[in-house]
Design a protein. Sequence first.
Length: 50
Amino acid sequence: MAKDPVCGMTVEESKAAATSSYKGQTYYFCAKVCKESFDKDPEKYLTKNR
């Protein structure tokens, strides 16, 4: 299971609505809208979750 970095929802990797690669890491999303938000500004979502 992975955590959607935008909304925080738990996502099963094999059933993710979308994925994105950033700095060699794959991120999984519950919905395409979350992926779109992440792709616009990945650092915004990665720094808020640390």
